[in-house]
Design a binder for this molecule. Structure first.
Ligand SMILES: [Zn+2]
Length: 470
């Protein structure tokens, strides 16, 4: 329905020009989260970008409203609201290594470059363009669409929490702050802290200190330890053997207190641990094979090595591996570990699929850890999975719009381990704007967006609005 009209509208060079003009205005405002000021909870940058977004919406004839500089909204009409589209105008810092000015939207060979062109100023402009197209063409809608422009997605999404503390949810919500086709499942999280303590020990050789990882949601790229009673010469040959298997180089240095062993892994997001090389697990593989004295710290090293063997990103060692067709496998990242003379503490990050539950995940972990004398010390809860059924009318409608204008009939709704802007919004899904196979260089230098893809997204959103609000 209305496909030809939608195509004609966005294939007109005027639409292209309008879209790029809008994105350029938004990109020109450096909207990195800053110190709060009176009336500007995220500082002057995000507030200025919001002012620009609202000005754009007003100029295009929409009723625009500033919600105390947390978010702004633009309404398609005065009917009852049926759809929320959630985008954000804050950006992460530009960093270094750009070939263009990050705050000047630059077009080159059909590609836009600039901070926010893909995340998420470009997609916000696409959503607003879709609303404009419906208005300009006078296409029939019997319900309102509210575009909500957030300003704190990159630093915790407190903007959206604020908005929904004062306004109702819409029957349908999507965010164009991720990928096409539709992300309908965001796996549940489980990241307990655990450990064991003991009396100071004297036996040799033993591990006297270990330190690995720096953040729960990152595969630890580094880990190091000190083994008293051994020298580099005792460790080096074995370290070479292990490194050949794990691809994590070890460096051994003699110190007064013993040999210091450093392991270099590779970081990755905890939601895709297969992309990384876990330095803590690799170090444990080495330590568990050294001729250590029988004592508590050795026992801890042995237990941790059994529970989190190198390469196990599925929770097999803990007995919690699960997998299902709808949401894929459970993933696990051993994120942090510290050990000293009186005990150790550690933390892992699990993203669990629909086939996991309290019994086969949390309780199982607690039982297995207890068998090794280890207890959970903090964050024992499993936070719920976010799921909208693939065969629901909402997801079906979005898939239809996507297929109509992308020609991609193979892709299916997607489950991810990470969280999107709608993670806490009942019934919300992520929808665009990045097409399968395209790398937007999100959060990196030379962030990019393909203009023809953005125009396709505009068409898809226009069609989806019609499908949902006709
Ligand atoms: Zn984003």
């Amino acid at each position: 329905m209305y496909e030809e009209q939608i195509n004609a509208y966005f294939d007109d060079p005027k639409a292209r020009e309008t879209l790029i003009g809008a994105i350029s205005r938004l990109v020109a405002v450096k909207s990195v989260c800053g110190e709060a000021e009176p009336g500007k909870p995220y500082g002057p940058g995000p507030a200025a970008a919001l002012a620009e977004g609202l000005a754009l919406a007003s100029e295009w004839g929409f009723h625009a409203e500033n919600h105390e500089n947390y978010v702004g909204s633009a309404d398609l009409n005065e009917q009852e609201t049926r759809l929320h589209i959630l985008g954000h105008l804050d950006v992460v810092g530009e960093g270094t290594g750009w070939s263009t000015d990050p705050y000047v939207c630059t077009e080159k060979d059909g590609m836009l470059y600039g901070r926010g062109v893909s995340d998420d100023k470009g997609p916000v402009a696409c959503a607003l363009m879709a609303m404009k197209a419906i208005k300009d063409m006078g296409l029939p809608v019997s319900a309102n669409v509210r575009l909500i422009m957030g300003t704190d997605e990159e630093s915790g999404s407190s903007d959206i929490a604020y908005y929904y503390s004062k306004h109702p949810y819409a029957p349908y919500t999507f965010t164009p702050d991720a990928d096409f086709p539709v992300i309908h499942i965001e796996k549940g999280h489980y990241h307990p802290s655990f450990g064991r303590s003991w009396e100071p020990e004297t036996a040799l050789p033993r591990v006297v200190r270990l330190d690995g990882g720096f953040r729960t949601n990152v595969v630890p790229p580094e880990a190091s330890c000190v083994v008293a009673g051994l020298t580099a010469a005792d460790v080096e040959a074995l370290a070479k053997d292990i490194a050949a298997r794990t691809a994590t180089p070890f460096t051994c240095t003699d110190r007064e207190e013993g040999v210091c062993i450093h392991c270099a892994g590779k970081n990755a997001h905890a939601a895709s641990p297969d992309d990384g090389r876990n330095a803590i697990s690799a170090l444990l593989e080495l330590l568990a094979r050294l001729p250590l004295a029988e004592c508590e710290s050795t026992q801890a090293v042995q237990s941790m090595r059994v529970l989190f063997p190198y390469g196990d990103t599925r929770g097999r060692g803990l007995g919690i591996a699960r997998q299902d067709d709808e949401s894929g496998p459970l993933t696990l990242n051993l994120a942090l570990m510290r050990l000293d003379d009186t005990g150790f503490s550690a933390k892992f990050d699990v993203r669990w699929p629909v086939s996991s539950n309290e019994d086969n995940c949390r309780r199982m972990c607690e039982i297995i850890l207890a068998q090794h004398g280890i207890s959970v010390t903090a964050d024992p809860e499993m936070t719920p999975i976010h799921r909208v059924p693939a065969d629901s009318p909402f997801v079906t409608a979005l898939m239809k719009s996507y297929q109509t204008f992308s020609g991609d009939t193979k892709s299916k709704p997607v489950a991810i381990g990470g969280g999107t802007y709608v993670h806490d919004i009942p019934g919300g899904v992520a929808f665009g704007c990045c097409f399968p196979g395209f790398d937007p260089k999100m959060h990196c230098p030379d962030e990019q967006a393909d203009v023809s893809m953005l125009l396709s997204a505009c068409k898809i959103f226009t069609h989806a609005i019609l499908e949902l609000c006709r």
